[in-house]
Design a protein around this ligand. Structure first.
Ligand SMILES: [Zn+2]
Length: 414
């Protein structure tokens, strides 16, 4: 140990604790850096936090004591490197998890998600979503509780992703257009009740599935490092959008911003449940692809899976190719309008849109460039989302947020 010894200290633990008193305010920021992969070593952590080496050491030790990270004091030195290598920081393999839940038009999925967006376990469920949200929310929470029993992990809280705008602060699903739920269903409170009833401790949250996908991709996936990140994605039905500005979701005044699904991209097009016609929601989702290609959707697997399979395995069928081009053109038109309004520095596409981009990236980029003022320079990168189950990972981020804000209070109450 170096530096002045604290007169009260009787050993390294107390000294670390004293240093931690000075570093407590950076425990959350330190955890966020390791969580998002931006602090692989203690030296980087020290530099990023702008604290002394001793304070960074105490902070890392406390996060390790909380079971959140591992500090490897003896990492192998790279061949030819000078001096002692810095302590390596990694996320604890057996640390706590968040319970993540997602409801979609074809059923639900539960998952346990650790720090770093790591999916520890997941369980899908196929069921016809009842008009009473408590039914499917009960099913998904039960599936999550079973995963917790099987793994024996500690749970920090629960997050729910739904295919609807969620009004804040009340947590109401305002427009669950592809579910039978009544508009304005109190999904957050219902979810929280089911979580408590299952004996799971910690807070419960709910938000729109595409908002959560964007948050997860910004922290762990294709959106890392973007300042004005636009995410557009198809769920199993419909189209959603989200914007992450300087690392925070732009949710508007009451949680309802970025309802991009109801941009008109085909004025003479299909009638939309919103009352309009030719919206992105009905012109560029999996059902639109199947029907445009002349295929009848089957009941065996989800519409999203059927749409992806069509693009991946039957693209040499001229009807499928033409349908894909039609959807790409309509998606591109919608993106072009968004580029003009929002001036994003990156666009990421999820769900079926990710597969459409993979299928013909040049066509989509050309439509956006041709039809938008700011797209003409080709300056807006359009990338595929990279995370599996990004809405679930994002739902877990909601539950992790209190820990990321203040790890000691969230995990020990002190
Ligand atoms: Zn519409």
């Amino acid at each position: 140990m170096s530096g002045k010894a604290d007169p009260r200290s009787t050993g390294e633990g107390t000294t670390s604790r004293t240093r931690l008193d000075r570093g407590r305010g950076v425990l959350g920021p330190a955890l966020a850096l390791v969580h998002t992969g931006r602090a692989p070593t203690r030296a980087v952590l020290t530099a990023e936090l702008g604290v002394t080496r001793a304070t960074a050491g105490a902070v890392a030790a406390e996060l390790e004591a909380l079971g959140l990270i591992r500090v490897d004091a003896r990492p192998g030195a790279a061949a030819g490197s000078q001096g002692r290598p810095s302590h390596r920081l990694s996320l604890a393999e057996d640390g706590p998890v968040a319970l993540a839940a997602q409801v979609h038009a074809d059923g639900f999925r539960a998952a346990l998600v650790g720090l770093g967006g790591r999916i520890v376990a997941t369980a899908p469920g196929c069921e016809t979503v009842d008009a009473d949200p408590a039914k499917v929310l009960g099913s998904v929470v039960d599936a999550g509780a079973e995963l917790l029993r099987e793994t024996g992990r500690r749970c920090v809280g629960a997050g729910l992703a739904v295919p609807s705008a969620v009004a804040e602060p009340e947590g109401l699903a305002l427009n669950p257009l592809h579910l039978a739920w009544p508009a304005g269903a109190a999904v957050r409170d219902t979810f929280a009740e089911r979580v408590r009833a299952a004996g799971i401790t910690g807070p419960a949250f709910a938000a729109n599935d595409v908002n959560l996908a964007a948050l997860a991709e910004h922290r762990h996936g294709a959106g890392r490092g973007a300042r004005d990140l636009l995410c557009v994605a198809t769920g199993h039905r419909g189209v959603g959008g989200a914007l992450v500005l300087d690392g925070r979701l732009h949710t508007g005044s009451s949680g309802l911003a970025l309802e991009v699904g109801h941009l008109t991209v085909n004025p003479e097009g299909r009638p939309c449940h919103c009352g309009s016609r030719g919206c992105l929601d009905v012109e560029a989702d999996p059902l639109a692809l199947l029907t445009t290609a002349g295929r009848a959707p089957g009941p065996e697997v989800s519409l999203l899976q059927q749409g992806m399979d069509l693009l991946r395995h039957e693209y040499d069928d001229p009807a499928v190719r033409t349908a894909a081009e039609t959807l790409i053109d309509r998606l591109g038109l919608g993106l072009a309008g968004l580029v003009n309004i929002l001036n994003p520095d990156r666009i990421i596409l999820g769900g079926l849109h990710r597969t459409l981009l993979d299928t013909d990236p040049e066509r989509l980029r050309a439509v956006v460039a041709d039809r938008s003022l700011w797209g003409q320079s080709g300056g807006v990168p359009i990338l595929a989302c990279t995370l599996d189950h990004n809405s679930l990972v994002g739902a877990a981020e909601l539950a992790w947020q209190p820990v990321l804000d203040d790890p000691l209070t969230a995990l020990t109450g002190s």
